[in-house]
Design a protein around this ligand. Structure first.
Ligand code: NAD
Length: 471
């Protein structure tokens, strides 16, 4: 049993005032592997006060001082890479290759933020005005369990680049991963109070951050429902917000698509991060005249995406993070069948060869209509819905007929035509034919997928306030 019994305030690991112990699980076995002692409102206020004290000095740091801090944080995390990979596998259940990517991403975001800051004009002349980009103050950073280290690192990197200070409220279900990140950051030796970390429940620590008048901004990644409640309480004190929320992203298969090339793209986009991904391409729009051919191709491709023990290098899909998440995915699989969708692969229950862990069968429904619940709600598991369409215009209409607008994907042989479809989809990012992610491009969603953008210059803009001085 691993016990995480401290939080990080004012440059030191301290015992929280909160006394509640929260179980941590290995999702591949369902065993309790540790416990975290949760902070409370009083701990949150102490962390906010420390960040507030540290702000005036942090706000005055030069660009080169901030670049140095970013480099130190990245280097410190690099030294704990292997420990972080192990914690991601043990506590989150991500397959080995994904876990390594997650640890590397958390390290790389510091370099990316440094690149952005280097090219960023913190002072600009606009006509007769001298415009300076001012840091905001204390920022509350709230992260989800599906990529907790990467979100902590990505948000902290922008706080440092902007000259603000922060209180981090990580996912309470990811405390072992958070602990490694916190220990690594401590070794980077930043001034006390610049960042503080309080483990705790969302409706306790997260809620205090969202309403506390000394917090200037909230950067939140998580569900749309929680994002809405944060937005409401942030309004009272006019907090700036960046909200990265849910998705129900379309994958448009054009009628000229080469299925052999498209299927790995479709399955990687749908089943990446074991389906627990906000950007998952879960609505697969397929031309009706090629539906049978597509169904056969995707069934054949499924063999490369086995679900099971995350430590087995052949495994592509790990367990769901919790019993609750497993139950939720099962209930959507039941609902899809009840709604009249046709089960092409998978279904309820655990995959063969797995027992106690929260494993789900990779599941594909076909003959799905876009008004079915499985096409409208975010399932957050390896469950995909094939929706037939007739024309390109109809494909775009279905793609946009959703509350969400985080991400989209297009697969087609004629790239100009695929690009024209991409241009008409309302989403923060569109990927054509499996192109690699550009990490400095803005990331975020339209509609209920959130407010604002992260990464690159758009991400840094969101942590700065322009101030114009004339005369
Ligand atoms: P969640 O909203 O339940 O929790 C996210 C974080 O918010 C956790 O740290 C939680 O403790 C905290 N929280 C909960 N209630 C709160 C409250 N009232 N006030 C303040 N904070 C509160 O989400 P989750 O289940 O951890 O993560 C899954 C969700 O995250 C999915 O909907 C997914 O789409 C979304 N997500 C979005 C992105 C993105 O970048 N758009 C990325 C990953 C995950």
């Amino acid at each position: 049993m691993k016990i995480v019994d401290s939080i990080y305030i004012d440059g030191a690991f301290v015992a929280p005032h909160g006394a509640e112990m929260f179980d941590l699980h290995n999702p591949a076995t369902a065993d309790v592997i540790g416990q975290v002692r949760l902070g409370d409102e009083e701990d949150t206020r102490a962390a906010i006060a420390a960040a507030k004290r540290a702000f005036p000095e942090m706000a005055r740091t030069s660009k080169s001082q901030r670049l140095e801090m970013l480099a130190r944080l990245g280097e410190a995390l690099t030294t704990r890479r292997e420990d972080l990979i192990e914690a991601v596998i043990e506590e989150y259940g991500a397959p080995i290759s994904r876990s390594a990517w997650m640890a590397d991403h958390a390290i790389n975001v510091f370099r990316l933020a440094a690149q952005t800051l280097e090219g960023y004009e913190l002072e600009r002349q606009i006509g007769t005005a001298r415009v300076t980009m001012e840091p905001l103050g204390v920022v509350g950073l709230i992260t989800p369990w599906n990529a907790n280290p990467g979100f902590i690192a990505g948000k902290l990197a922008m706080v440092i680049a902007s000259g603000s200070t922060c209180v981090i409220k990580p996912s309470e279900m990811s405390a072992l991963q958070t602990q490694i990140v916190a220990e690594a950051f401590h070794e980077a030796g930043l001034p006390a109070g610049v960042y503080n970390i309080v483990n705790g429940r969302g409706d306790v620590v997260g809620a205090e951050l969202s309403r506390n008048p000394d917090v200037a901004k909230i950067s939140f990644t998580g569900s749309t429902a929680t994002g809405r409640s944060i937005l409401r309480s942030a309004a009272d004190t006019f907090k700036r917000v960046t909200l990265e929320l849910g998705g129900k992203s379309p994958m448009v298969i054009m009628d000229d698509a080469d299925f052999e090339a498209a299927i790995p793209f479709v399955l990687n986009s749908g089943f990446g991060n074991s389906g627990q991904a906000c950007i998952a391409g879960t609505r697969i729009l397929v031309p009706s005249r090629r539906l049978g051919e597509f169904e056969a191709a995707i069934q054949a491709g499924l063999g490369a995406f086995p679900s099971g023990d995350p430590r087995d290098p052949a495994i592509a899909i790990g367990p769901m993070v919790s019993r609750r998440q497993w139950d939720r995915v099962q209930s959507y699989i039941r609902q899809g069948q009840a709604e009249g969708a046709r089960l092409l692969a998978g279904g309820e229950g655990r995959p063969d060869g797995t027992s106690d862990g929260w494993f789900v069968k990779p599941t594909i429904f076909t003959d799905v209509r876009n008004d079915m619940v499985i096409a409208r709600e975010e399932i957050f598991g390896p469950v995909l819905a094939i929706i037939p369409y007739e024309t390109d215009a109809q494909a775009v209409e279905i793609a946009n007929d959703t509350d969400y607008g985080l991400h989209a994907y297009v697969a087609g042989a004629d790239e100009d035509r695929a690009r024209r479809v991409a241009e008409r989809i309302v989403a923060g990012r569109v990927i054509i034919n499996g192109a690699p992610m550009e990490m400095s491009a803005p990331f975020g969603g339209f509609k209920h997928s959130g407010i604002g953008r992260e990464y690159g210059t758009f991400g840094l803009d969101a942590y700065l306030e322009p101030k114009a001085v004339m005369g």
